[in-house]
Design a protein around this ligand. Structure first.
Ligand code: URA
Length: 246
């Protein structure tokens, strides 16, 4: 095969990967319903629990953010790292009383290695400045530190695998309050699948590695970019969050 043809083929494969294609079609039909069933089978759940126990034990030894960042940089338990350009660890002030938790990095965050630097990040900055806060006054991290291909939502398995990492992250920051941005972060930490429209603005007590922390879900900035009318609710939530640390 000529060099040009090989390059064109590689480019096409990259495009498909970027668009989220994970499988080739083949000659034989695959019963996807069976795959889904077996995906949820006990073996996988047991493996996940064993893996998480091992991760939690390793995390017990970690005493500071630098060590946690190093641990996550070398963590191979979640396959998302293979596709990502960067680990997106955090941004902001580690001494802040307010910790914001998003879902997962997108394209821009993956390139820059920082959370919320794309369009929704710009909106988040505006929302913070509307209540006299900025990135120097809050701390920001995500449930998942690697970009899922083509910005797809992280799977429940990926969320479960990354949960001990974000728990440790919260433990080390030890904020007074958590603001959970969107349904993925809310579901992951509260284990509550109530729609975000019903649950936002309410306070919950979360037990993170033995310590109780107050947490409030609110809408994700990416959702607000599509639903401008919902901004007023987030405004209320942010004011509550700010007042809670006075
Ligand atoms: N959305 C998120 O949830 N997190 C980011 O870092 C960027 C977009």
């Amino acid at each position: 095969m000529g060099k040009n043809l090989i390059n064109t083929n590689i480019q096409s494969l990259r495009l498909l990967k970027e668009a989220g294609v994970t499988d080739n079609l083949n000659e034989f039909p695959i019963n996807r319903f069976n795959i889904k069933e077996s995906f949820k089978n006990e073996d996988i759940e047991n493996n996940l629990q064993t893996m998480n126990l091992k991760t939690e034990q390793q995390l017990l030894k970690i005493q500071d953010l630098k060590e946690l960042q190093r641990f996550i940089n070398n963590f191979k338990g979640c396959a998302l790292y293979k596709e990502a350009n960067n680990v997106v660890f955090s941004d902001g002030n580690p001494n802040s009383k307010i910790m914001l938790i998003g879902e997962a990095p997108g394209h821009d965050e993956d390139i820059e290695g920082k959370p919320f630097v794309g369009r929704s990040g710009k909106l988040l900055d505006k929302m913070l400045s509307a209540i006299n806060l900025d990135r120097e006054k809050v701390y920001i991290a995500n449930i998942i530190p690697w970009r899922p291909p083509a910005n797809r939502k992280p799977t429940e398995n990926e969320i479960e695998i990354c949960l001990p990492l974000i728990h440790k992250h919260i433990e080390l920051i030890n904020p007074k309050v958590l603001l959970l941005l969107g349904s993925t972060s809310t579901y992951a930490l509260l284990k509550d699948k109530t729609p975000i429209t019903k649950i936002r603005g309410k306070w919950f007590t979360l037990n993170i590695n033995g310590k109780n922390i107050q947490a409030m879900p609110t809408f994700h900035p990416a959702f607000l970019l599509r639903q401008q009318k919902q901004k007023k609710y987030v405004w209320e939530d942010l004011q509550n969050i700010r007042d809670s640390i006075k």
